[in-house]
Design a protein around this ligand. Structure first.
Ligand code: ADP
Length: 171
């Protein structure tokens, strides 16, 4: 049975086949979840990222997980919120979809996401949560390997928004 789970936690501790990193386009590390993933994975992650030549917003690239419990890290730069008229919603959807496609191509059964773009990129949480959940739900209908997706929320406000949005989706 394929499904979506929402938890409160630290994504660097999650045992999944792949965790997703809310990266920036350089893929060379940053603050927030990106910094936490690089610290936990160790310097080998940055060394591999240096070989990737960055990544466009909404696209995704994969590396090994090194010292993380996850086998792979999928790096995707989400959009920076500019007010909503600059394709931010489509780009956020692309970040989730391209990450899921990559996970499926690498035979991952379990994938964990952070709340992409809702930190320093300021995408409004109430708009981001339904985009994330609808994209994941739709993808799971036809996925080959991906069967379990976990949204890892770092604070209770974020978890509440995703819980609410999932309940709305199930109505
Ligand atoms: P972005 O630049 O895409 O907005 P951020 O890292 O600033 O990325 O924030 C994205 C979300 O990730 C925020 O909700 C932030 O609180 C959360 N976050 C930060 N550290 C972690 C972590 N270790 N595990 C899971 N989520 C985290």
């Amino acid at each position: 049975m394929k499904n979506i789970t929402i938890i409160l936690g630290d994504i660097t501790q999650v045992e999944a086949d792949a965790i997703v990193n809310a990266a920036n386009t350089t893929l060379l590390g940053g603050g927030g979840v990106d910094g936490a993933i690089h610290r936990a994975a160790g310097p080998e992650l940055l060394a591999e990222c240096r070989t990737l030549n960055g990544c466009r917003t909404g696209e995704a690239k994969i590396t090994k997980g090194y010292r993380l419990p996850a086998r792979y890290v999928i790096h995707t730069p989400g959009p920076i919120w500019q007010g909503g008229a600059d394709h931010e919603c489509e780009l956020l959807q692309s970040s989730y979809l391209n990450s899921l496609k990559l996970a499926d191509a690498y035979d991952c059964q379990t994938v964990a996401f952070p709340s992409i773009s809702t930190g320093v990129y300021h995408f409004p949480l109430e708009a981001a949560a339904p985009i994330a959940l609808q994209t994941i739900r739709e993808f799971l209908r036809t996925s080959k390997s991906v069967a379990q997706v976990t949204l890892v929320c770092f604070d209770p406000v974020t978890k509440h928004a995703y819980d609410q949005s999932l309940a709305d989706l199930d109505e």
